[in-house]
Design a binder for this molecule. Structure first.
Ligand SMILES: *[C@@H]1O[C@H](CO)[C@@H](O)[C@H](O)[C@H]1NC(C)=O
Ligand SMILES: *[C@@H]1O[C@H](CO)[C@@H](O)[C@H](O)[C@H]1NC(C)=O
Ligand SMILES: *[C@@H]1O[C@H](CO)[C@@H](O)[C@H](O)[C@H]1NC(C)=O
Ligand SMILES: *[C@@H]1O[C@H](CO)[C@@H](O)[C@H](O)[C@H]1NC(C)=O
Ligand SMILES: *[C@@H]1O[C@H](CO)[C@@H](O)[C@H](O)[C@H]1NC(C)=O
Ligand SMILES: *[C@@H]1O[C@H](CO)[C@@H](O)[C@H](O)[C@H]1NC(C)=O
Ligand SMILES: *[C@@H]1O[C@H](CO)[C@@H](O)[C@H](O)[C@H]1NC(C)=O
Ligand SMILES: *[C@@H]1O[C@H](CO)[C@@H](O)[C@H](O)[C@H]1NC(C)=O
Length: 311
């Protein structure tokens, strides 16, 4: 009898050391939680990437119903906790750099409750669930309604002045100009750059050459310096300078444009991703040899889609 016990104990030890715990306990699915940082564009990166990482590791992606992301979108598939304690007592996990794909950051221990303290700004974390992300990133009805109204009124007003332009042939290009906060001394020192007037001119001419009828809808922050810069550098009878509403409404309008010109920052990135047309981006957004440049991969294609066009 004792011999049998010894043999079976030995067998269990061999089994334990040679088998992954998820194979032994397939019913244990850890929860994956976010450590939300920043505003709309940043939290969209966190949501999309964590959703992709949870899918890949077969974990339960969990958010709280009062998280900001749940205020912007109302079709999120994540589990919505009423009680935050699972996330508060979770083990933390991290990333090496915020704007590149990091295999270790994607490879989370699937049987544990894990809080990912990371920005995860690479499309590679969620490219395998792209359709599911597009379904979830539908703005709440109140934003969507306002957005369609703004778009509709803008197009009607502009075409009433340009009656020779057939509305069904019109290609609408969203422009997002981010400057203000990127001109802080600390940010410049770190390596942040802002797009030049020449970049804007080149990008607009790209679409003017490509399409017969183009209308540019240009957004920037609501402060006089940025608005003056936009007025001076985004010029033409084919331009409408847009007023800001909420971040959700503004991103929604940009997402309904056929194509995109973006400058710097994650807000423009997501507007372009949602629009899913031709995207022009500012490829010198991180100063060469700066600390900021080190946040990205060698060729920056973990951050910028290979199909996007860098000017
Ligand atoms: C968050 O999501 C839940 C479930 O979808 C919803 O009922 C709730 O109203 C949302 N919370 C907020 C603050 O929007
Ligand atoms: C939240 O969950 C924890 C652990 O499951 C429990 O101890 C605590 O009482 C719960 N809090 C509330 C407000 O339900
Ligand atoms: C704008 O709204 C009006 C009235 O609701 C509608 O008739 C028209 O088709 C809309 N135009 C566009 C471009 O969506
Ligand atoms: C339409 O033309 C009028 C008169 O030239 C001008 O005042 C107005 O700003 C124009 N509106 C748009 C949207 O271009
Ligand atoms: C924009 O670029 C064109 C050449 O592509 C040039 O002729 C024009 O002067 C430029 N405009 C501005 C405002 O820089
Ligand atoms: C361009 O965008 C407008 C507004 O969202 C849309 O109505 C139109 O169908 C789009 N055109 C093309 C060619 O996709
Ligand atoms: C956009 O749409 C195409 C299909 O038309 C798809 O292949 C592509 O991955 C989409 N995403 C982006 C970010 O361009
Ligand atoms: C940064 O370096 C790349 C090559 O690595 C070069 O193509 C690019 O022009 C440089 N940018 C600036 C602003 O010097």
């Amino acid at each position: 009898m004792s011999v049998v016990v010894t043999i079976s104990t030995f067998a269990v030890c061999v089994l334990l050391s040679s088998t992954k715990t998820e194979e032994l306990f397939p019913h244990i699915r850890g929860h994956l939680c976010a450590d939300w940082t920043g505003r709309l564009g940043n939290i969209m990166f966190q949501y999309a990437s964590l959703y992709g990482i949870a899918q890949r590791n077969d974990m339960v992606f969990a958010i709280h119903k009062f998280d900001d992301i749940n205020y912007s979108f109302d079709n999120l598939f994540a589990l919505k906790f009423k009680n935050k304690s699972i996330c508060e007592y979770a083990q933390t996990w991290g990333e090496n750099e915020p704007c590149l794909y990091d295999e270790n950051a994607a490879n989370v221990p699937a049987n544990l409750n894990v809080k990912h303290v990371s920005l995860l700004q690479s499309w590679k974390y969620f490219s395998h669930v792209e359709q599911a992300i597009r379904t979830q990133f539908k703005f709440k009805e109140e934003f969507e309604t306002k957005c369609l109204q703004v778009l509709n009124e803008t197009i009607i007003e502009w075409t009433s002045n340009h009656s020779s332009v057939p509305q069904d042939k019109l290609q609408i290009v969203g422009i997002h100009i981010r400057r203000g906060d990127y001109l802080d001394k600390g940010k410049i020192k770190y390596g942040y750059r802002t797009a030049s007037a020449d970049y804007i001119n080149k990008s607009m001419n790209y679409f003017r050459d490509k399409f017969k009828h183009v209308l540019f809808l240009a957004y920037t922050a609501h402060n006089w310096k940025d608005m003056l810069w936009r007025e001076n550098h985004v010029v033409g009878s084919d331009v409408v300078l847009m007023h800001m509403h909420s971040p959700e409404v503004d991103m929604c309008v940009l997402s309904k444009c056929n194509h995109s010109i973006i400058t710097v920052g994650s807000f423009g990135w997501w507007a372009a991703w949602l629009a899913n047309g031709t995207t022009i981006y500012y490829k010198d957004m991180a100063k060469n040899n700066s600390n900021y440049r080190k946040d990205f991969s060698e060729d920056m294609t973990d951050y910028f889609y290979p199909g996007w066009i860098g000017f």
